[in-house]
Ligand binder design. Structure first.
Ligand code: HEM
Length: 154
């Protein structure tokens, strides 16, 4: 059964998405506000954070295709009363997709810029917007829209 395995991976990868995003933000803000030079490590952190987000996006699309919650929503639409059906079918995918696009645009814009301060600033601003959207769209255990566990085991 592939579905529970993908769910465990998607759940766990959220922590890597968040921690790599935080690391990129520390690099971005410390460089921007501290006016230091742009190091290879700053680039690596930015690229790794974007790649982990892309991986989560791909797994998310696969999960979307096989999730019984999503297929139930598209089958029964508005009559699917529990808010989580609508949440995963529309809100979660919409916000997460937008967030990863914003991070990708920010990362490639920062890559093309030559001024160190601008590179840091671009990373800090775009990734902050990305993080806020991700934090809103994660089904935290305390979320009224769709509550899911902090971690999942096999
Ligand atoms: C950075 C991006 C993303 C993060 C951090 C994230 C995080 C999560 C988390 C923590 C869950 C709960 C998993 C569980 O029940 O244990 C979840 C569920 C889900 N995610 Fe994502 N997600 C992201 C992107 C996406 C995208 C882009 C899609 C769709 C294309 C997607 C589709 C889903 C679906 C369908 C579920 C519910 C599956 C089910 O319970 O049947 N996710 N996501």
């Amino acid at each position: 059964m592939v579905y529970p395995i993908v769910l465990v991976i998607h759940n766990a990868l959220r922590w890597l998405v968040l921690s790599s995003l935080l690391a990129a933000l520390v690099s971005g803000y410390s460089g921007w506000l501290g006016s230091r030079s742009y190091q290879r490590a700053d680039q690596t952190i930015r690229v790794v954070a974007t790649s982990i987000a892309h991986t989560q996006l791909l797994i998310g699309f696969y999960l979307y295709a096989i999730s019984p919650i999503v297929s139930y929503y598209w089958r029964f639409g508005a009559s699917a009363e529990a808010p989580e059906f609508r949440f995963f079918s529309l809100i979660h995918i919409g916000l997460m997709f937008t967030s990863v696009i914003i991070m990708t645009v920010g990362s490639s814009k920062a890559k093309r810029q030559s001024d160190a301060r601008q590179k840091f600033k671009t990373t800090a601003v775009y990734f902050t917007i990305g993080l806020i959207l991700i934090l809103i769209a994660i089904p935290w255990p305390f979320s009224p829209l769709a509550a899911r566990p902090w971690t999942r085991g096999f």
